[in-house]
Design a protein around this ligand. Structure first.
Ligand code: FAD
Length: 549
């Protein structure tokens, strides 16, 4: 496995290169799709830039169910090729970042009067194993009623008839995106956040550049490239409109919501995937100190820039949980956080939100703008391969002399310093816990640090004067690390996308906002008014994800 050590990401240096260079490829959008394309292109030798209008992963790529999965439910829609591709991709992405993409057993309870019986479930899971090429030790098991209740005592003993148990992987989507971006940067791609593409420029009617506004300095620039790829997720059609090429197929946005509960309010022992009366399927996934539950799937036509869970979304999920785990008696006041995202699906006449395909599609406009839409977090590497193949073909048409290497991303590990196996990750986690003092708090922090940063935890610990399980000191080191290596520009970048704390540990956001704001004030030379503005904004975000109207 090839390891690419992440660079120190320094905004001024990236900006000065963007000013000077002529690129082979400029990618618009820093979600997982754009990140994957940047990594694939840079590894094949293309001079690549990626521009993101907000923070990396601030769109859909921080708001998914955070599973690297084969999409069991797509079997129901007979999307065999999709299940096969993403099923196989799960394994590859797990090997590329075993600290970040972790195996998670999924329990599929069989309920009296539920949608699926034992035979259908067993057959469906078997097909899934075959399509996804699941290794024998991880293949599905069918459990009896007693075995199911032993594994998951929270289930309703009156209604449970058994369960299927199968293998999926859990990740942190925003961390996966930033690790892919950092790896792409290590291979020479210039990736910048807070840099919005406002317009496209043309030469002889062919798209050849982008007009951007730097959201930090407020300055405007034009950057040029042979090929421009639009990977703007839910905003893809806005860029196609700027290119005057929005016709035929277009996006269909649906909203998906997740709620977060303290783990002791829904203390499931593993992830559970259960059906709801309306025929949808819902996940309940334990993670550290919380359990999260989702997702909804409803039509969406509101602002793409602010997508929030509302009271009806939250009540829908609470009712679903109370129906499956009746003793929990959850109420809206139990919900400590939430997130909501938009699926950038491709519209198909007459199909409802949950019937639309999750397949990706690549469009080329008459002016040569390549737009990629649809797809899944899990399939980012394969999507990137298709896009970069198309880019390479265009480059070759422009200049027959230019040749690029074939795809290599299957062997480029993420996060810089490779782990060979999940066992090595566990060993490293134990080693970190011992360094932090071997207390209960140290074990939790070691798990948190290693599943968030992998071996880069060493760099964070090296910023401490003494190694300790004192979270006050650790968070300070984390903040310094993310400002230096991960282009963190504000409180939200840190608390939402680099550390996931707004979702997985919202109390720590309340507790540490002041401290992190002071550190950032020193680092970015903010005035007191700027620091206060940041604190107010962060407080608003805490309120938005934990109060529902
Ligand atoms: P985005 O992440 O939205 O990225 C697009 C980026 O483009 C944004 O960051 C945006 O700011 C930027 N941008 C837009 N306009 C401009 C501009 N003019 N200039 C510069 N930048 C611009 N997939 C899975 O595999 N597993 C799951 O468990 C899963 N669960 C999901 C649950 C939900 C609720 C949803 C909504 C999706 C889920 N998905 C899942 C799908 C997956 O999350 C998406 O397919 C994926 O994140 C889309 O990534 P993207 O990069 O295409 O879009």
């Amino acid at each position: 496995m090839q390891a690419i050590t992440p660079n120190v990401l320094q905004r001024d240096m990236i900006l000065s290169r963007l000013e000077k260079e002529y690129y082979d490829l400029i990618i618009i959008g820093g979600g997982i799709t754009g990140a994957g394309i940047a990594l694939d292109a840079a590894s094949r030798g293309l001079k690549t830039a990626l521009l993101e209008k907000n923070d990396f992963a601030s769109g859909t790529s921080s708001r998914s169910t955070k599973l690297i999965h084969g999409g069991l439910r797509y079997l129901k829609q007979f999307e065999i090729a999709l299940v096969r591709e993403v099923g196989r991709e799960r394994n590859i992405v797990h090997h590329l970042a075993p600290h970040l993409v972790r195996s998670e057993k999924m329990l599929l309870p069989l309920i009296k009067g539920g949608t699926y019986g034992r035979l259908t479930t067993s057959f469906g899971l078997m097909i899934y194993d075959v399509l996804a090429g699941v290794e024998s030790q991880d293949q599905r098991k069918m459990l009896s009623r007693e075995e199911t209740l032993e594994r998951e005592p929270l289930l309703d003993a009156q209604r449970v008839e058994g369960a299927g148990l199968y293998a999926e992987y859990r990740t942190d989507d925003a961390r996966l995106t930033i690790e892919v971006i950092k790896t792409a940067s290590g291979l020479g791609a210039d990736c910048l956040n807070y840099c919005e593409v406002l317009g496209l420029t043309y030469k002889e009617k062919m798209v050849q550049g982008v007009e951007v506004r730097d959201g930090i300095s407020g300055k405007s620039h034009t950057y040029n490239a042979d090929v421009i790829v639009n990977a703007a997720g839910p905003w893809v059609d806005e860029l196609r409109e700027k290119d005057h090429s929005l016709e035929g197929k277009h996006l269909h946005l649906t909203k998906g919501v997740h709620i977060v509960l303290p783990h002791n309010r829904l203390p499931v022992h593993q992830a559970v995937y259960f059906d709801v009366e309306d025929g949808r399927m819902i996940f309940a996934i334990p993670r550290g100190r919380i359990t999260y539950v989702g997702t909804t799937d409803t039509e969406y036509s509101g602002s793409k820039n602010k997508v929030l869970a509302d009271k009806s979304d939250v009540l829908y999920l609470i009712n679903a949980v109370n129906n499956m785990f009746p003793d929990q008696k959850l109420e809206i006041s139990d919900v400590v956080s939430s997130w909501a995202g938009l699926r950038p699906l491709i519209h198909e006449e007459g199909k409802s939100a949950s019937e639309l395909s999750r397949k990706d599609e690549l469009f080329e406009s008459p002016a040569g703008l390549l737009s990629i839409a649809g797809g899944k977090l899990t399939g980012y590497r394969k999507m990137a391969e298709r896009v970069v193949d198309a880019v390479v073909k265009k480059m070759h048409d422009l200049d027959e002399e230019r040749h690029f290497s074939k795809i290599q991303t299957e062997t480029i590990s993420l996060g810089g310093y490779t782990f060979e196996s999940p066992a090595e990750v566990k060993g490293f986690e134990k080693h970190v816990a011992a360094r932090l003092g071997a207390t209960r708090a140290a074990r939790y922090l070691a798990w948190y640090l290693v599943s968030t940063y992998g071996k880069q935890t060493d760099l964070i610990l090296s910023l401490l004067d003494t190694e300790t399980d004192n979270e006050d000191l650790l968070i300070e080191a984390e903040c310094r690390y993310t400002m230096k290596y991960e282009l963190v520009m504000n409180l939200s970048d840190f608390f939402v996308r680099r550390t996931g704390r707004l979702y997985f540990d919202i109390e720590s956001v309340r507790k540490y906002s002041g401290k992190i704001a002071r550190l950032m004030q020193d680092h970015f030379h903010w005035s007191d008014a700027e620091k206060q503005q940041q604190l107010t904004w962060m407080k608003e975000q805490v309120k938005e994800v934990s109060h529902f109207h």
